[in-house]
Design a protein. Structure first.
Length: 129
């Protein structure tokens, strides 16, 4: 595991939009904007079951993330890593509420419609800024 740089840790800890790249079955990239956070050097984010990014990560755990400062887009960091685990259930549901608090100031995720939420944990392997 590579440690996140101080800048990457700060940018991921703040409510900045992160772009997640996963690998499609044909090897082409797929990119999605996500909400993310860092816990003890591990990047965490949330998705719903059945989404393309979820399917891609289950098949190929390699991912890349790019984050820019919401106030200064020239402050950025990139991370390459691997999915460590994908967790469903109460922990994933609590995590999307945590992300709603961070990004929206809302105690609960306002767009929850009963879908299965998945908490994804990524171990950084390479980081640059």
């Amino acid at each position: 595991m590579a440690a996140l740089t101080e800048k990457a840790d700060r940018l991921l800890s703040e409510p900045n939009i992160v772009h997640l790249a996963t690998v499609m079955p044909d090897g082409s990239p797929q990119v999605s904007p996500i909400w993310a956070d860092v816990v003890d050097g591990i990047i965490e984010f949330n998705t719903a079951a059945g989404r393309v990014k979820e399917q891609n990560m289950r098949r190929d755990p390699r991912v890349a993330l790019s984050v820019v400062d919401r106030d200064d887009p020239y402050q950025r960091a990139t991370v390459r890593g691997r999915v460590l685990e994908m967790i469903e259930g109460d922990e994933a549901r609590a995590h999307i509420d945590k992300m709603a608090k961070k990004y929206l100031g809302s105690d609960t995720y306002p767009w929850y419609r009963g879908e299965t939420r998945i908490l994804v944990r990524v171990e950084p392997e390479r980081c640059s800024d």
